[in-house]
Design a protein around this ligand. Structure first.
Ligand SMILES: [Fe+2]
Length: 346
């Protein structure tokens, strides 16, 4: 019987957050990578080719109105795309646009071995889920190895970016302001703590982060559940907006993904689930209404019943997670802000 040393939970593959994933909020205090009138922040596409197609159609609809739209993919655009066609399609299209890496792209292009899927899963995620994610990563890696050119381009992606939209600097992260796979911008860490005694210390910590980064808002993904959290920092309205997943449903009994749209224009030429005006910018959570039947067929070809991704994700793909709109919208100490569901502008 083996009696070797037992890894502490936080050191196990899938729970480990490698040192190289970390950065300071000061990293966002840099010259903006580019300027945009309207920016779509698309996090967590997870290899969903149909969702990518829908994002391009949404962008095209705005272009036809004369509104330029810049796409920013903020990581984990790969995950379920273990067949060659899907992997090539996703990466060839995404890499034509602005992008940062997620933990999936980081572990694909420069594997650290001990990180597994690189998700840095918190303790409340069961071991079985973490182990399945590590095996999904291994299968994706086997396909990616057939595309050395793509892997080289993925390896060159930055972990974060600062973008200018109008007069505002926007911080684009995959995880949070400190780590590629950080969970500070998860709804459970933003909302649940503010209902308890830690509310003041959380707001102080977030305020310091915004001061260091010198951004008006952070856009993130990674945690797979959307949240919009507005707060006041030194008399200025600030926002953390996490789009959850572009390639998977985000709310109970829904089938669409989500992206974050930021624009200098007050009108929103798509359905907006919820949104906010902040210092002359519009921030909105837009549904990505992809061909759900086609996506299910594609998913099941790669991940039939009994497979790791089917066990972890198929119920969510069909029914959405156990999560409601109201849980995603939160205002932390900024009473005058109206962060709410909006009517369609179409
Ligand atoms: Fe991630």
């Amino acid at each position: 019987m083996m009696t070797g040393p037992r890894l502490a939970d936080h050191a196990k593959p899938g729970r480990n957050c490698p040192l190289r994933y970390r950065y300071s909020p000061n990293a966002f205090d840099s010259t903006p990578r580019f300027e945009a009138e309207t920016l779509y922040v698309v996090g967590g596409l997870y290899g969903n080719v149909e969702a990518l197609r829908a994002v391009l159609t949404m962008r095209q609809a705005e272009l036809l109105r004369g509104y330029p739209v810049t796409l920013m993919f903020n990581g984990d655009f790969n995950w379920f795309d273990v067949d060659a066609d899907s992997f090539a399609s996703i990466n060839q299209v995404v890499l034509e646009h602005a992008a940062i890496c997620g933990n999936v792209e980081m572990e694909l292009s420069t594997p650290s071995g001990s990180a597994g899927c690189g998700c840095a899963y918190p303790d409340d995620v069961p071991d079985t889920v973490v182990e399945r994610s590590n095996r999904i990563m291994q299968r994706l890696y086997a396909q990616a190895a057939n595309f050395p050119d793509i892997l080289q381009r993925l390896a060159a992606l930055p972990m974060h970016a600062t973008v200018a939209v109008g007069e505002h600097r926007i911080g684009i992260a995959h995880g949070d302001a400190h780590s590629l796979a950080g969970w500070d911008f998860a709804v459970e860490n933003l909302v649940h703590r503010t209902r308890q005694a830690q509310a003041a210390s959380l707001l102080n910590k977030l305020g310091a982060t915004f001061q260091q980064a010198r951004v008006s808002a952070f856009c993130s993904s990674h945690t797979c559940l959307p949240v919009a959290f507005a707060l006041d920092v030194d008399g200025h309205k600030r926002l953390i907006i996490n789009n959850g997943a572009a390639g998977m449903p985000n709310f109970r009994d829904t089938t669409y993904g989500l992206l974050t749209r930021i624009s200098v224009r007050p009108e929103v030429p798509h359905d907006s689930l919820y949104g906010i005006e902040l210092g002359g910018l519009r921030f909105d959570a837009l549904p990505i209404r992809f061909d759900h039947a086609a996506w299910q067929r594609r998913f099941l070809c790669n991940w039939p019943p009994g497979s790791d991704a089917h066990a972890s994700y198929f119920a969510r793909i069909v029914h959405g997670p156990d999560y409601e709109f109201a849980q995603a919208i939160h205002v932390g100490g900024v009473e005058e802000l109206a962060l709410s569901r909006l009517p369609s502008c179409d």
